[in-house]
Design a protein around this ligand. Structure first.
Ligand code: SF4
Length: 237
């Protein structure tokens, strides 16, 4: 339920929280390192008691403190989608008094729901997945639950960004021949320039993906994508 601290490239030293069981997600991304999603769903529900999560985090923080280890963030980063947890907002509210910043790494697929946006507004740092803004590509790479609609998700992200006071970042996984072409990236950038993330992260499938055929783009395509992002966005990593 709570693991770490682990060093995080983006967040420093981070305690991880799995607030849902493994492999429960609204997507089944072709590159997912947790394998194919076995329980693909979009209906939010309660999984664990928020007080148990708070107690487990508190215990880890006490131990870290005794060892002189600094923890920069507590991060919701399950092997699945953290916003499927209907008690996410309540759990964040319980963790706040512990005095550590809170991060949520989400695929953003449920952000069209007002309740999900309200839960995420409580976090200090939110990462949204933006792998594609063309519906066909989105279906091929993220393999979403059939009830999800890309337009609603993208609009929900924009609505969230307008109100959010914390640090909003995006994460784009580039997969060879799926979303690495110039037209695909141009379309993505049309959206990202409206969303205005503090940093747009480009990532590559380097760990074992759910589907063996998944490959990172070649060096030239990665550099091209990076240059295109840099030309239009303030911070790219
Ligand atoms: S959203 Fe994340 S957890 Fe869900 S399938 Fe994609 S990579 Fe895996």
């Amino acid at each position: 339920m709570v693991f770490g601290p682990v060093p995080s490239r983006r967040l420093g030293s981070s305690l991880g929280i799995s607030n849902i069981p493994p492999n429960v997600c609204s997507y089944s991304c072709v590159y997912c390192q947790a394998g194919r999603t076995c329980q693909i769903q979009t209906k939010r529900r309660a999984f664990y008691d928020p007080a148990d999560i708070r107690d487990a985090v508190s215990e880890k923080l006490t131990k870290a403190d005794a060892l002189g280890t600094i923890i920069d963030y507590v991060t919701f980063v399950p092997d699945g989608e953290p916003t499927l947890d209907s008690l996410l907002g309540k759990t964040i509210a319980l963790l706040k008094p512990l005095g550590i910043k809170i991060a949520v790494i989400t695929n953003g697929s449920l952000i069209w729901e007002e309740e999900v946006r309200a839960d995420l507004l409580r976090a200090d740092w939110v990462s949204l997945k933006v792998d594609a803004t063309v519906a066909e590509t989105w279906r091929r790479i993220n393999r979403p639950h059939g009830a999800l609609k890309l337009d609603a998700i993208l609009n929900g992200m924009l609505e969230f960004a307008q109100r959010y006071q914390g640090t909003l970042v995006t994460e784009t996984m580039l997969v060879k021949d799926l979303n690495d072409s110039i037209p695909q990236i141009e379309k993505m950038l049309q959206f990202l320039t409206r969303l205005k993330p503090a940093t747009a992260y480009i990532t590559l499938p380097t760990r074992r993906p759910a589907e063996a055929w998944v490959q990172p783009p070649g060096e030239e395509a990665v550099q091209r994508a990076y240059r295109m992002f840099r030309a239009q966005l303030e911070h790219v990593a």
